[in-house]
Design a protein around this ligand. Structure first.
Ligand SMILES: NC(=O)c1ccc[n+]([C@@H]2O[C@H](COP(=O)([O-])OP(=O)(O)OC[C@H]3O[C@@H](n4cnc5c(N)ncnc54)[C@H](OP(=O)(O)O)[C@@H]3O)[C@@H](O)[C@H]2O)c1
Length: 250
């Protein structure tokens, strides 16, 4: 434990596994009081059990407006104000052009864009002046990937939202930054492949395209989020920080 975030209150959406869980645990280890959201009660309770008293689970679907209103009520009842908001919940799947259904567009944009917009809109009034918002994008927003157009476009929208929100929130000194991971070894990455064998092949192929020769770890991304959320980044506003071992530069 350290006291880097002592006295700080954070909210991490999609904090039951992968990057969100790693970030919630790192914040709690460094002294923050962390609200964590997800849809699985069991996984939420398991996350909270790691740091009892420091992690508070809130069961919400981050893609649904009603659930985000419930989250706002839970926070209001706690009488705590947020210092850090990490809008992490998201995901997608490979759907090639030609096979895209209307429902696919709705699903991908509901979790990655609509839910994120509603979250920031509802939570901003509950933040302290001088707080920090970190939005989850992806390096797939910068370059093309076969079959990944919906996800890529949704994550590009996140980057655009950050540029606008830092102006909308400037009177309150709230910073808005983006983190863009490259391929990161999480359950969400493995789920892009149809089975374990295909997932292993996909990970090997992706690793070979990363100058540092390996996939990212959830903890690598968590450390970047903690930096952007911390006072050490107090003059950093509107950046899109790639955490990708150099992949998007080559
Ligand atoms: N892994 C990568 O390579 C990579 C690269 C770039 C960007 N990203 C982005 O990073 C974020 C986290 O990815 P990850 O790889 O850590 O994913 P993951 O392992 O699939 O974890 C996703 C988390 O989000 C939650 N979640 C998903 N949909 C949700 C919903 N509708 N409502 C509430 N919670 C929801 C899940 O919890 P429940 O299932 O309990 O709801 C889980 O805690 C995503 O936005 C993803 O697009 C990932």
């Amino acid at each position: 434990m350290s006291d880097r975030f002592a006295g700080k209150v954070a909210l991490v959406t999609g904090g039951t596994r992968g990057i969100g869980l790693a970030t919630a645990l790192a914040l709690a280890e460094q002294g923050a009081f962390v609200f964590v959201t997800g849809r699985s009660r069991e996984a939420l309770d398991a996350a909270a059990a790691v740091h009892p008293g420091h992690i508070v689970p809130v069961m919400v679907d981050a893609s649904k407006a009603d659930d985000i209103r419930l989250l706002q009520s839970a926070l209001a009842e706690s009488r705590r104000r947020l210092d850090i908001l990490f809008a992490n919940a998201g995901g997608g799947s490979f759907i090639p052009l030609g096979a895209i259904e209307e429902a696919d567009i709705d699903d991908v944009f509901a979790i990655n864009v609509k839910g994120l917009v509603l979250l920031v809109q509802q939570m901003a009034p509950m933040m302290r002046d001088g707080g920090s918002i970190v939005l989850m994008s992806s390096i797939t927003a910068r370059t093309g990937t076969p079959g990944f157009c919906l996800y890529s476009a949704a994550k590009a929208a996140v980057r655009a939202l950050a540029r606008n929100w830092l102006l909308d929130l400037k009177e309150r000194g709230i910073r808005v930054n983006v983190v863009s991971p490259g391929p990161t070894d999480t359950p969400g990455l493995a789920a892009l492949a149809p089975d374990a064998e295909a997932a292993a092949g996909m990970k090997a192929m992706l690793s070979s395209r990363i100058p540092l020769g390996r996939l990212g770890r959830a903890e690598d991304v968590a450390q970047a989020v903690l930096f952007l959320a911390s006072d050490e980044a107090s003059f950093i506003n509107g950046v899109d920080l790639a955490v990708d071992g150099g992949m998007s530069e080559v």
